[in-house]
Design a binder for this molecule. Sequence first.
Ligand code: ZN
Length: 181
Amino acid sequence: MSSYAVRTYGDPVLRQVAKPVDDVDGALVKLVDDMVETMYEAVGAGLAAPQVGVQRRLFVYELDDGPKAIINPEIVESSGELYHDEACLSIPGLRIGIVRPETVLLKGYDLDGNELSIEADDFMGRMFQHEVDHLNGVLMVERLDDDMRKQALRILRDRAMGLDTSAMEAKLVSAGSDREV
Ligand code: ZN
């Protein structure tokens, strides 16, 4: 196994819509292994293929019961609403409170071609939505309203210039905190 560098904010690959996976072959299995290793090295809980520069619809995740991969994932139902912090491996160190549906039904396939149907809420539901967004070229800052997005982008800009952004960041977080995805 080998690991990738995680692509970060500003890399155009994060803005592109990924293509469906047609076939699970040896190269795809190796990609999944390498994505899992990359996720572990980055101490993340989830990682989508575009975050390692690969335009394919799959993501990996780990919620304390071993790494899993979901191929061609789709959110087919969602309900409720939850405001919670989110953090992205591709936007290191930025935590933002974001409103999303609380519960989702995700469909997709595992590496053996079995169809999956997983109902998820709390962190898992939020992570699934975050990863599917990555496959559609959507970053978490785009889930903010205009005012919040401006503040988040200003933090990223100021940080790049080496300015202290801690006061601005404190205004953007909600109550909870989660692992990066
Ligand atoms: Zn992310």
